[in-house]
Ligand binder design. Structure first.
Ligand code: G3I
Length: 400
């Protein structure tokens, strides 16, 4: 089993603001307006990349990817001209599949597993010397139609354990970590302990979470097993309540000896409105007391309500990244931050439709460190500055 002892947590603290400010092209005020002169002219390659800056601080920076978009053969031959493939290789030292390891893509039928895209990503990560997170083994979304049509109280336990056994064994020894259970807390559903009403809760009962973790641990003893959730970042009443319920779950796991090593804070942030603060910091510290690492797993910043064009959006997004990463990376048990995609061209926020869709003016979101043309935005600089602002501490988890 992976060591989760306190010795792995090494102390990081932040440099003073002056160190950050000294590196900026232009600072136009705090939250809501943090801009850099000509970010697209900044060198992002080699020593200037996010992966190099993260590695220098003993951190992992990574991104969600869509393996379908990667020119893996070209990359393997050392001659890919595809800018997306090059960007992923240059900027990230850890990857996660945006959808390819979920039940939907992996399970076309009850009797078959399709690892095609997931395996392509594993091959690419190996070529690019990158770690990989698994996402996810148990969720209520993106489940195949055959599951909802055929699962019942008699067979659900067997279906869940079989899936986890096969999938976790397929990647055994190759993953940095697995999101074993995703998004299982939703206090407004009114169930005991704030559990979400899902297909798994309905058919197996509350023990499905523990079952999932124990099955994953047996199938892949090396991966760090993670509980991953969203809406636990802010100090609003709703998010504070949800965060408290997640802590209850984690404490129960630890009390019962359930194998868990980390909690994932998804970090889908909003450029306007309240921002993360003391509550999240305390949550991370409570996790540390349980010998749990905390992973920033799906970070992005939407600009639903930012008034103005691309420059205004970028300034607002960058300000949130800077403040957020300063907050969370100051905690020694936070060794990893991933963005949910790396370019706005591929962000899920630009694929939402209808009532979910985002800006009133119809403009595209710019939630990530690179834009639709794969040019760096102010968010790239903010990410890099926040990473640099951690004191150098090698935890032994990072690769260059
Ligand atoms: O690949 C198919 C394509 O063949 C088909 O033509 C098309 C038609 O709609 O659908 C494509 O699949 C979509 C897939 O994204 C790839 O774009 C699925 O319909 C769509 O449901 C899927 O959405 C993903 C969603 O999770 C559900 O799995 C988003 O990309 C992904 O960003 C989102 O990620 C989640 C995390 O897993 C958990 N946390 C929240 C986060 C954002 O919602």
């Amino acid at each position: 089993m992976t060591d989760t002892g306190k010795s792995r947590f090494t102390r990081r603290q932040f440099c003073g603001n002056s160190a950050i400010l000294g590196c900026l092209g232009a600072l136009t005020g705090r939250l809501g307006a943090w801009a850099v002169d000509s970010p697209s002219a900044i060198s992002t390659n080699g020593a200037g990349s996010l992966r190099a800056h993260a590695a220098a601080r003993g951190l992992l920076y990574g991104t969600a990817v869509m393996p379908q978009l990667l020119d893996i053969d070209g990359f393997a031959a050392g001659k890919t001209a595809d800018p997306y493939t090059q960007l992923i290789a240059k900027q990230a030292n850890i990857l996660v599949a945006e959808t390819s390891m979920k039940w939907g893509p992996l399970r076309p039928t009850p009797d078959t597993f399709d690892f095609t895209q997931a395996d392509r990503m594993m091959r690419f990560a190996s070529l690019a010397d990158q770690r990989v997170r698994g996402h996810n083994l148990c969720w209520h979304e993106n489940v195949p139609g055959w599951l909802t049509a055929t699962a019942n109280k008699d067979n659900a336990r067997q279906i869940l354990t079989h899936h986890i056994e096969v999938v976790a064994a397929h990647f055994r020894g190759k993953l940095h970590s697995w999101d074993v259970v995703n998004e299982a807390i939703k206090p407004t559903d009114g169930l005991p302990d704030g559990l979400r009403k899902t297909i798994w809760f309905d058919l197996i009962g509350p023990d499905y979470l523990e079952l999932a973790f124990r099955t994953a641990a047996a199938a892949d003893p090396q991966a760090k097993l993670t509980y991953n959730d969203y809406g636990i970042e802010l100090d609003t009443p709703a998010q504070s309540e949800k965060r408290a319920k997640v802590l209850v779950l984690l404490r129960r796991f630890k009390a019962k000896g359930v194998p868990i090593h980390a909690v994932g804070v998804q970090s889908h942030l909003d450029a306007t409105g309240p921002q993360p603060g003391r509550g999240l910091r305390e949550f991370i510290r409570e996790a540390a007391k349980m010998d749990l690492e905390v992973y920033i797993t799906e970070m992005d910043v939407n600009t639903h309500a930012v008034v103005g064009g691309p420059d205004a959006q970028d300034a607002a997004v960058a300000a949130v990244y800077l403040d957020y990463l300063r907050l969370v990376l100051a905690e020694p048990n936070v060794p990893i931050a991933l963005t949910w995609g790396i370019t706005s061209a591929n962000s899920w926020l630009n694929k939402l439709h209808g009532s979910q869709s985002t800006r009133a003016d119809g403009a595209r979101e710019r939630p990530l460190p690179f834009d639709d043309d794969l040019k760096p935005t102010s968010a790239f600089v903010a990410l890099r500055e926040a990473i640099d602002a951690t004191h150098t501490v090698m935890t032994g988890v990072a690769k260059s």
